[in-house]
Design a protein around this ligand. Structure first.
Ligand SMILES: [Zn+2]
Length: 443
């Protein structure tokens, strides 16, 4: 198949190419060339006319909680007063501790529709559901495979319920990683634990050793609000990244999500040790966490990806939030320019997750792509294309999505999905979750 857009973004962040397209063979990009040349050389190929459109790598949603969908609209007596009350009084007892396999699967099914429609071709998910062990990842994987999206799935192991529950969580990850390594395909796993305030030093080191043994990243939530730095200073006499460094786990294997409340020293540790991070601008707002020092992390050379965190799932809104929030925070409209933000949303996310040959449209790279309608009231040109995309597009403009050479979305419709049934199931799952009794077993 050849795709013939007005503009091609083959290397995100680099200038787009006017009148260039790609040829897809199997799951890969086979050729990148001017449209006229592609038409001539591959006259017998199926052609996708992308007039008025931009062809870009698909988005990499580098941090999600797919079950988070069920919390959208959940009735609350009062809004949590900060990040720690958000976890302790809301997220743990009313969402994560109530989850079972059916709820996780129903939410996954529905949220993947929206992610695919908004141009996401890879998602990294961390499920924390201590009472859904064991087997929740293999149950979820069945749903993910049906949608044909590239995904990294993990279970967020935590000792907050009990040390034995923590071990079950690590085992869940290890079993899933091994099964993906045996099967191949679009799914993979990694090792995931929660935080310094819900996991012991021994547990954190065990998780890191398991990641090294299996050759996969080790992910955690890090300094999402002021609670964790305050806890670490009180308990260990140092901040979370300093603590991880002392434990010997601040390495290129470490994928630290959130990183909202960091000191300059912690940013330097991340850069020196090759730690990767993911940024969730919108959910940081939701929980009153603060604004992550992303311009500083990027400048220090830390690999950064973007994520929805299970909150606002139209990935164009995550992109827009990343573009705007730091300008306001730094009182400087020059920070986080549109080409950089587009890079973070695509190739940057793939790099943060350690995925090879994902995030560019170059020969030999995975054919994970989105075709975006870029007909605007003002002309789209080489000089403004990234700004036009970042500021004025949303999921309704995504015409076509392909993952590993397979069409997944065409004219805004997710192919092969019974949307009405999936949404009805999600609705019923949300009603059931909201009516379950709150747990009291958490700290
Ligand atoms: Zn998260």
């Amino acid at each position: 198949m050849i795709l013939l857009p007005d503009f091609l973004i083959d290397r995100p962040g680099q200038p787009p190419r006017r009148g260039w397209g790609v040829r897809v063979v199997g799951d890969r990009i086979d050729a990148v060339a001017p449209n006229a040349e592609l038409r001539q050389r591959f006259a017998d190929d199926e052609q996708v006319d992308g007039a008025g459109c931009t062809l870009s790598p698909g988005f990499v949603n580098a941090h999600a909680h797919l079950y988070g969908l069920l919390a959208h609209g959940l009735p609350l007596d009062k809004a949590p007063s900060g990040f720690w009350p958000f976890l302790k009084d809301f997220w743990w007892p009313l969402v994560e501790d109530r989850l079972d396999h059916d709820l996780i699967c129903a939410a996954t099914d529905a949220i993947l529709l929206e992610l695919l429609r908004s141009g996401v071709t890879t998602v990294y998910d961390c499920t924390e559901a201590p009472y859904a062990l064991p087997g929740c990842l293999s149950a979820q994987a069945e749903v993910v495979r049906r949608h044909g999206i590239r995904a990294v799935l993990s279970f967020e192991a935590t000792e907050r319920v009990s040390p034995a529950n923590g071990q079950l969580g690590l085992q869940e990850n290890a079993n899933f990683v091994r099964s993906c390594q045996e099967q191949g395909g679009l799914l993979s796993g990694l090792i995931c634990f929660h935080t310094t305030f819900s996991c012991s030093a021994e547990f954190i080191q065990q998780a890191h050793a398991l990641g090294a043994e299996l050759g996969v990243p080790v992910h955690m939530h890090c300094a999402e609000g002021i609670h964790e730095p305050e806890y670490a200073l009180q308990q260990f006499g140092m901040r979370p990244l300093e603590y991880y460094d002392r434990l010997g786990v601040a390495t290129p294997r470490m994928l630290a999500s959130q990183c909202v409340q960091l000191s300059e020293r912690e940013i330097a540790i991340m850069a020196e040790r090759g730690v990767r991070m993911t940024h969730m601008p919108l959910s940081n707002c939701e929980v009153g966490a603060g604004i992550a020092p992303v311009p500083e992390l990027v400048a220090a050379g830390v690999p950064v990806g973007l994520g929805s965190d299970g909150y606002v799932n139209d990935f164009y809104e995550v992109v827009r939030g990343t573009f705007l929030i730091h300008k306001a925070h730094k009182q400087d409209p020059r920070v986080m320019p549109a080409p950089l933000v587009w890079y973070l949303a695509t190739e940057g996310g793939a790099r943060a997750l350690g995925l090879e040959n994902v995030g560019r449209l170059e020969p030999g790279w995975q054919a994970d792509l989105q075709l975006i309608d870029t007909r605007m009231p003002t002309p789209s040109e080489e000089h403004n294309l990234y700004d036009q995309l970042v500021l004025w597009r949303n999921q309704s403009h995504v015409q076509l999505v392909m993952v590993a050479g397979q069409l997944r979305v065409r004219e805004g419709k997710v192919l092969g999905a019974d949307e009405a049934t999936i949404l009805a199931n999600a609705h019923a799952a949300a009603r059931r979750l909201w009516a379950l009794p709150a747990t009291t077993s958490t700290q």
